[in-house]
Design a protein around this ligand. Structure first.
Ligand code: PLP
Length: 381
């Protein structure tokens, strides 16, 4: 088999689409003005931001005034958690309930908030990677400020019962934030009709550039700023706007939805073909609840294998995959997500995550499965 190049790490980042690049180009070239400027190039830049805000609101089913542009998922998560805690702690609401499988952008913010006096409760997950809503009900107290549960996990793609969580939060009058960085590229949200108070998303997971994202904040909820400076983004998120990237993010969200279901169906057919091919090998298991999983995710574990070595061998064959999340690869600790799901110790180190999107095709999938079988055979010799 000749060497081919297959990118199968779309949960880590995606390529910028041509349509997004086209939407960005004017603001990287002639229309470079500062959106706060009174002259025409500045006014055009300002218009581009407001157009992107409208597109984002349309895609997410909310009001443009509820969209705040940020530098990405990490900042959005930091803002939602830290801002809410600072607003509610003085009223004695110091408890934040989250889960053990969150992304480091949430977990490490919670670690920081703990040093500020927050009472952090992390819910466990079941073997299928989902939380038990009954555990959430038990954890909510009158001094709970916020519940933050990711919509879908970055390592396994497992989707959490977001609607049920929203209902529980509404019943207890507790704010609900969801990190939907992985979910938004595949799941349709109607935020105005949902019980979600805040939602984080990131541009580079949906064919927009890196370093851009959104925090949705439902109208009527006050989330104090965590950055201080100028009056941009309604005075809540200062800093000269990243105009080109914001225009790109607006376009990416606009492009996502007209063909959402067909796109998901195509991606999940490819993922299923991949999973079937990989699972034919002895000692390979798939992680997470396939009934409640994003369409492109395929997280597997190989018995008594070293995931990092498998990744290097895949890379030598031109295949890009990752060991878990992009943010934890490089450290040799087994995944906190798989550990929390109770994956057996002899499978913990041999995890590999493939994430498929619409740029992949059947030829890519067959190349991955054939190469992977060869690699496992070689490793067994
Ligand atoms: N949350 C989740 C679930 C993610 O997967 C990521 C990125 O991998 C982030 C947050 C961080 O987003 P960003 O890279 O835009 O800071």
């Amino acid at each position: 088999m000749g060497k081919k190049s297959v990118y199968a790490d779309n949960a880590a980042t995606t390529r910028i689409s041509q349509s997004v690049l086209d939407a960005m180009m004017p603001y990287l070239t002639e229309q470079f003005g500062n959106p706060s400027g009174v002259y025409s190039t500045g006014r055009r830049a300002k218009r581009a931001i407001e157009t992107a805000r409208q597109k984002a609101a349309l895609a997410l089913g909310c009001e443009p005034s509820e969209i705040y542009f940020t530098s990405g998922g990490t900042e959005s998560d930091n803002w939602a958690l830290t801002g809410t805690y600072r607003a509610l702690a003085p009223e004695g609401k110091k408890r934040i309930i989250s889960t053990v499988i969150e992304h480091p952008a949430v977990l490490n913010t919670l670690e920081y908030l703990k040093t500020q006096g927050a009472d952090i409760v992390l819910l466990p997950v079941k073997g299928n990677g989902r939380i038990d809503p009954e555990e959430l009900k038990k954890a909510v107290t009158p001094d709970t400020a916020l519940v933050s549960v990711m919509a879908a996990n970055n390592e396994t793609g497992v989707i959490q019962p977001v609607e049920e969580i929203s209902r529980i939060c509404a019943e207890h009058e507790v704010l609900f934030h969801t990190d939907a960085v992985q979910a938004v590229p595949h799941m349709h949200f109607e935020l105005s009709y949902s019980g979600i108070s805040m939602l984080s998303l990131s541009g580079h997971k949906l064919h927009a550039p890196k370093g851009t994202g959104i925090l949705y904040i439902k109208n009527g909820i006050s989330v104090p700023q965590i950055l201080f400076g100028g009056a941009q983004e309604n005075g809540l998120r200062p800093g000269t706007e990243n105009v080109a990237s914001i225009a790109g993010l607006g376009r990416a969200l606009e492009d996502l939805f007209p063909d959402h279901e067909n796109r998901n169906a195509r991606i999940s057919a490819l993922r299923d073909r991949l999973a079937e091919g990989l699972l034919k090998n002895e000692g390979v298991i798939m992680n997470g609840d396939r009934e409640n999983m994003l369409p492109g995710h395929c997280s597997i574990s190989v018995k008594n294998a070293d995931g990092e070595k498998l990744l290097l061998m895949l890379d030598l064959k031109g295949i890009c995959a990752s060991a878990g999340s992009a943010c934890t690869s490089g450290d040799s600790e087994p995944s906190h997500v798989l550990k929390a799901m109770g994956v057996k110790p002899d499978y913990l180190n041999g995890s590999v995550r493939f994430t498929i999107d619409e740029y992949n095709d059947e030829e890519d999938i067959d190349y991955i499965t054939e190469t992977f079988s060869e690699i496992l055979k070689k490793a067994a010799r």
